[in-house]
Design a binder for this molecule. Structure first.
Ligand SMILES: [Zn+2]
Length: 439
């Protein structure tokens, strides 16, 4: 049994309403990698064996690890590349870089840098695009396993409109199936069937993706094969989809008609969704991954947060590395807040933290396992150093309640806040000069 004493915060959702738990002087009991109990220190300490060692975090807040529901690990080396728009950026920087992942050693090398960065930023679960190469998938899941992280990912499917070296004509189905059999539910790992987006797949390939999805029907929470793709990111892209798929009602209908929608399906962006598309997303139980950094960086548009509530859509925030320009979910919350504001929507810090923890877990259908620190969940958590910088320390000294504290963190925070990272109750990262005090 391990005991952690700290201020503790996590989001909850009951009867559709986002709420939270906060213990100013809290205690979390962890055994076999899971949360055994959590609550006020003064109440719980009575039930603990005298002499059990307690790890105490002072001037800190302990919370669930972040969940990043959409990003591309092979784009680690193209982050911060100047792009005029999505399609030009893909052709100029991303596709040439992704071609390099036919080399397994390169994939492993970049993969390790990518995971280092995720962890330094306090992200303990993510759903990632790999490339079309099986070797890129092997590298991604091997590293996930070595680092004991709950991760989802998949081989990108593209059989047209991309460089020849990235096309998987005739091999998409077979290779994906091989990867599912090898990696899905291998420890904490989940496979995601990954058609990049409608313009780079023929209808034949979308049918093959749907066939795969049907072969691995939705199983219990934390166990189902996922489906991830992009939707309505930029206006140029939407115009292109209309030309390639003239007989469909709209962009979402291309996926829907090919049976790629549903409760295990996650669509990144959705910046320009029509009301018809939102209605159908809601009917099918499909989820949105919102990528404010990437949408601002590539000038794609401003996500309409009000639509999530109007149509009751499952959603989460994500970094969309490398179209996104930050691994830090603090930075993602900061941008999301501003994007929402520009459309007249006031995002509370509780909603922002929900969308980067439990909301992400719900989108990935992993909320029985991660996303909060309720009893029996896996103990994936991070410790934030409230004295991380002079500015943060000074500002936090002046907050009057938890809401103000969280707002400061999401506005001023970045990787410097993250002092320790744990997965399944084991410390996998400790920043130099952490505030831990073992005793
Ligand atoms: Zn993306």
């Amino acid at each position: 049994m391990k005991l952690y004493r700290s201020a503790i915060f996590y989001c909850t959702k009951k009867s559709g309403v986002v709420d939270h738990s906060y213990f100013e002087d809290g205690l979390m009991l962890v055994d076999n990698g899971r949360v055994v109990d959590i609550g006020d220190y003064s109440r719980l300490i009575e039930s603990v064996d005298v002499g059990a060692p307690i790890t105490q975090f002072k001037d800190s807040i302990l919370m669930p690890g972040f969940v990043d529901s959409h990003l591309h690990y092979p784009q680690y080396n193209v982050i911060a590349s100047y792009g005029q728009n999505l399609l030009e950026w893909l052709n100029t920087f991303t596709f040439p870089e992704e071609e390099r992942f036919s080399n397994g050693e390169y994939a492993y090398e970049v993969g390790n840098l990518f995971f280092d960065e995720l962890i330094r930023n306090g992200t303990t679960t993510a759903m990632a695009f790999c490339t079309t190469h099986k070797l890129s998938v092997d590298a991604f899941f091997s590293i996930s396993k070595e680092r004991k992280m709950r991760m989802a990912g998949g081989k990108v499917l593209m059989d047209r409109n991309a460089p020849v070296g990235l096309l998987d004509i005739d091999s998409a189905y077979k290779d994906s199936k091989e990867m599912i059999e090898k990696w899905h539910n291998n420890g904490r790992l989940s496979y995601a069937i990954t058609p990049r987006f409608a313009p780079t797949s023929t209808t034949n390939q979308l049918d093959e993706a749907a066939k795969l999805l049907a072969e691995y029907p939705n199983s219990s929470n934390c166990k189902g094969v996922m489906m991830q793709s992009h939707l309505n990111e930029s206006s140029e892209e939407i115009g292109w989809v209309k030309k390639l798929y003239p007989d469909y009602r709209n962009y979402f209908d291309v996926y829907d008609s090919h049976k790629l929608t549903g409760t295990n399906s996650v669509f990144a962006h959705c910046v320009h969704n029509t009301d018809d598309e939102y209605m159908r997303m809601s009917d099918t139980g499909s989820s949105v991954s919102i990528c404010p950094n990437s949408n601002l960086f590539l000038g794609s548009g401003l996500f309409r947060f009000d639509k999530l509530h109007k149509y009751n859509i499952k959603a989460s925030l994500s970094s969309d590395i490398g179209g996104g320009d930050s691994f830090s979910m603090f930075n993602v919350m900061n941008q999301a807040y501003k994007v929402a504001k520009l459309n007249g929507y006031d995002m509370s810090p509780f909603e922002a933290f929900y969308l980067t923890t439990l909301g992400g877990a719900k989108v990935l259908n992993m909320d029985d396992c991660i996303g909060s620190l309720e009893k029996n969940k896996e103990a994936d958590f991070i410790v934030l150093d409230l004295k991380a910088t002079p500015l943060i320390s000074n500002r936090i000294d002046r907050v009057k309640n938890l809401e103000q504290l969280l707002f400061c963190l999401m506005t001023l925070g970045d990787d410097r806040l993250v002092s320790e990272v744990y997965t399944m109750g084991e410390c996998i990262y400790k920043k130099n000069g952490g505030t831990e005090d073992y005793g």
